[in-house]
Design a protein around this ligand. Structure first.
Ligand code: SF4
Length: 419
């Protein structure tokens, strides 16, 4: 009998790509998974193409691989297959190219004797729902794929396709199974999570209500929402006990000039109203923010900072703009120098860190903490406001919910002792 081929997966990019690699791994039947590149007959490169830098990393990896292991077959998968697959295939750099929709056929694809280019389509949604577990109690569930927005700087819609969602039935069945196995917190993720259910007669609010009715579900978090996706039905859920009291709402900027250049669907006046309403309802609020996008001159930045100072914000994912060919932003003028973008990034993160510190000082009682794993008496977890807390205990509290009554708040983070 012919020995099974061994396959190594190399994953670049975001959490979605990591999920996709898991889908492929779960479909292997006639090959063996290896953790060692050197032992592999085939390397599947699950690529990222989000910036020009990401493209070069993937290309660099493939070149180095062919030099080190000239006999190894390289298969290109992931977002890069949709942007760079054709040229890498034509140049003979890869043995085969497979698009996103082909992931679940990986077993058959690996059996192909001849070179192939299977780009598939961008309207497919996998039948496999992927979960990722943190400790024994929190699970990420990918409920949606793709995006219908057209932000100027982003290549995602052209490599991941339009928004489409898993059906409610599939998501609910998966969560029911995990909840009965002891998982209490669920984090809903996807490319543009807030578009869940669009065109399928559902919505984020509808799904949340149904998930909350599942026995064992204690807290639900949403990976990220766009401001315009927060509708009245969603607002009615704000006081529900199972809603994590932290929302991540992607603003990307607080200067209207920049929001327009970025072709965003939000504007600052309504963003401010939304944030104030949510903060008054007791929510901690995080956002994504891109600094250094073309056109961010001194006055746009000063305006943005002035607005940020007033905004009830507690967390930020700050990104420095990075050019991506094929996007509208890539051909914009008024480039921001790297050192300026770096200084702005620093200013922004320091400003929000201070806001977070003030928030924690005002929210140190009635914390509901779900601890992840820990060792030697030190456990880490998050409270309902998505603030990390370190807890000391002589008991093994991994995966437990705890309610510390004496919390010490420092700039570097919250701590408590349950000794
Ligand atoms: S919302 Fe904008 S940034 Fe996010 S994936 Fe869609 S196009 Fe890209």
């Amino acid at each position: 009998m012919k020995a099974k081929k061994s396959v190594y997966f190399k994953t670049f990019g975001c959490r979605t790509n990591q999920f996709d690699t898991q889908v492929m791994m779960s479909k292997l039947e006639d090959s063996i998974l290896t953790q060692e590149e050197a032992e592999a007959d085939v390397v599947v490169v699950n690529s990222c193409t989000v910036t020009n830098g990401a493209d070069s990393s993937v290309r660099g990896y493939i070149n180095a691989l062919s030099r080190k292991y000239p006999g190894t077959k390289v298969i290109l998968a992931g977002c890069g297959s949709h942007s760079k697959g054709e040229s890498l295939f034509a140049d003979g750099k890869v043995f085969g190219v497979m698009g996103h929709s082909e992931k679940e056929h990986i077993n058959e694809i690996l059996a192909r004797p001849d070179r192939f280019y299977e780009i598939g389509d961008l309207s497919h949604i996998d039948t496999t729902i992927v979960e990722e577990f943190i400790g024994k109690s929190r699970a990420f569930i990918k409920i949606q794929e793709g995006c219908d927005f057209a932000c100027s700087y982003c290549i995602i819609p052209s490599v991941r396709g339009a928004a489409r969602s898993h059906t409610e039935e599939t998501v609910l069945a998966q969560i029911t199974k995990l909840a009965s196995n002891g998982f209490g917190e669920f984090i809903l993720t996807g490319t543009n999570v807030g578009s869940y259910g669009k065109g399928q007669g559902s919505s984020m609010a509808k799904l949340l209500k149904k998930i909350s009715q599942i026995r064992g579900v204690r807290r639900i978090r949403i990976g990220s929402l766009e401001p315009i996706q927060i509708d009245d039905e969603f607002m009615e859920l704000l006081s529900e006990p199972w809603m994590a009291k932290h929302l991540h709402i992607a603003l990307q900027h607080t200067s209207d000039k920049m929001l327009q250049l970025m072709n965003r669907r939000n504007d600052f006046a309504s963003d401010r109203r939304l944030f104030e309403t949510l903060a008054n309802a007791g929510y901690a609020l995080g956002t994504d923010f891109i600094v250094g996008h073309p056109g961010e001159d001194e006055s746009a930045w000063l305006e943005a900072v002035e607005r940020l100072v007033d905004l009830p914000l507690t967390h930020v994912h700050a990104f420095s703009y990075s050019k991506r060919d094929g996007t509208v932003s890539a051909s914009m003028e008024e480039i921001v120098r790297g050192d300026i973008a770096k200084a702005r990034h620093k200013e922004l993160t320091a400003l929000v860190a201070e806001k977070n510190y003030q928030f924690r000082k005002n929210h140190k009682t009635d914390l509901e903490v779900l601890l992840e794993s820990g060792k030697e008496g030190v456990f880490r977890g998050f409270d309902q406001y998505f603030n990390r807390i370190t807890i000391q205990s002589s008991e093994d509290l991994s995966g437990n919910w705890v309610f510390p009554d004496k919390v010490t708040v420092a700039e570097s983070g919250n701590t408590a002792s349950l000794m």
